[in-house]
Design a protein around this ligand. Structure first.
Ligand code: SD4
Length: 330
């Protein structure tokens, strides 16, 4: 397996080398649209997730390996960091906004373009499950704030205090300077975007976060926005984003990655081209991190980011893995 992982790491790097000789913006040199051959043999099932979310991909794999659906797997997987009080950027234990409130953003999407999202949601430990309920039990895609909370409570979710003692102490310390300076890479765990392909060849994705620590009260990032933090096209592939949400929203990042795969780019190339678009549009790109991961319907995956230090967790038939994504800044 070690050799194979080396190969995977090298192929992520291969995307980088390729990028230096070949412009990855869409051009006439691109293969024709709809190139993805749905009948080709696929590497399935497979799950990938942003950052070192190894326990989360293992939980999703547990569902997938028993023949479970991509949608059930992705919800089960992202609930792991949501419920972990030591994960400071998702769900319970997530860092609060500058007013001391833990406000959560989350979305979920399946192969048929069904999707649901919640934003600026407080007091609910598993916002992804509320997002799934928005998808299945309402005529809407997105619910926010008090309305989303009321909906969750009506659905039987429990109201909880999500601000841990540790997070509260960190916030009080932050107030001493009150300087908003998002950390570029948070080690160990972070916002989770997860993509799954099940054994029947169906894709799903979810993205869930407490957002940028010490954001303004009411701020919503990219993570719950379909097309920005997450996008799934059951005929092509899926993508999800992490990092500075404002920069991801500006280029409709995850939708862009999927559209680039539709034009024939492999997942690594598509993520790289989307990062290049972010860089082109964001004058302060050297001060932020943005990373994308992508999975196509063949079970091929990839990732790319601005700054070194972003990795993604994987689980497939050959076992688990952790892959360093290619990066634009050296
Ligand atoms: C946001 N994209 O709220 C999220 C935060 C994140 O790694 O992904 N952090 O902007």
């Amino acid at each position: 397996m070690g050799t194979r992982r080396d190969f995977i790491k090298n192929s992520a790097l291969g995307g980088t080398l390729l990028g230096s000789t070949l412009s990855l913006s869409t051009s006439s040199a691109r293969p024709q649209a709809q190139r993805v051959n749905k009948n080709a043999a696929a590497n399935k099932p497979v799950v990938i997730a942003t950052w070192k979310n190894e326990r989360a991909v293992a939980a999703a794999w547990n569902v997938l390996s028993k023949g479970g659906s991509a949608l059930d797997a992705v919800e089960t997987g992202v609930k792991v960091p949501e419920g972990d009080p030591h994960d400071t950027s998702v769900g319970y234990g997530g860092r609060p906004d500058r007013d001391g409130m833990v406000t959560l953003d989350s979305c979920i999407m399946d192969h048929d373009s069904n999707c649901g999202a919640v934003a600026f949601l407080q007091h609910i430990k598993h916002p992804v499950s509320v997002a799934r309920k928005v998808m299945t039990d309402t005529p809407h895609v997105m619910m926010v704030g008090d309305g989303a909370l009321k909906f969750a409570l009506d659905q039987g979710f429990k109201k909880e205090d999500l601000l841990t003692e540790e997070s509260r102490a960190h916030w009080l310390k932050w107030l001493e300077t009150a300087e908003y300076k998002p950390v570029i890479n948070i080690e160990n765990h972070d916002t989770i975007g997860m993509l799954t392909l099940d054994s029947s060849g169906k894709l799903s994705g979810a993205c869930t976060t407490s957002g940028m620590a010490y954001k303004m009260n009411g701020r919503v990032g990219d993570s719950p926005i379909i097309g920005a933090g997450l996008f799934v096209d059951g005929d092509i592939g899926a993508a999800t984003a992490t990092g500075m949400g404002e920069a991801v929203i500006k280029v409709a990042g995850s939708h862009l990655v999927v559209e680039l795969m539709r034009q024939g780019l492999d997942p690594n190339e598509a993520c790289q081209a989307a990062v290049e678009r972010v860089i082109a549009k964001e004058p302060k790109y050297k001060e932020i991190q943005v990373g994308f991961i992508a999975l196509n319907i063949h079970g091929e995956y990839g990732g790319y980011c601005i700054q070194p230090g972003f990795n993604y967790a994987l689980y497939e038939n050959n076992g688990p893995g952790l892959i360093d994504a290619g990066h634009a800044l050296k």
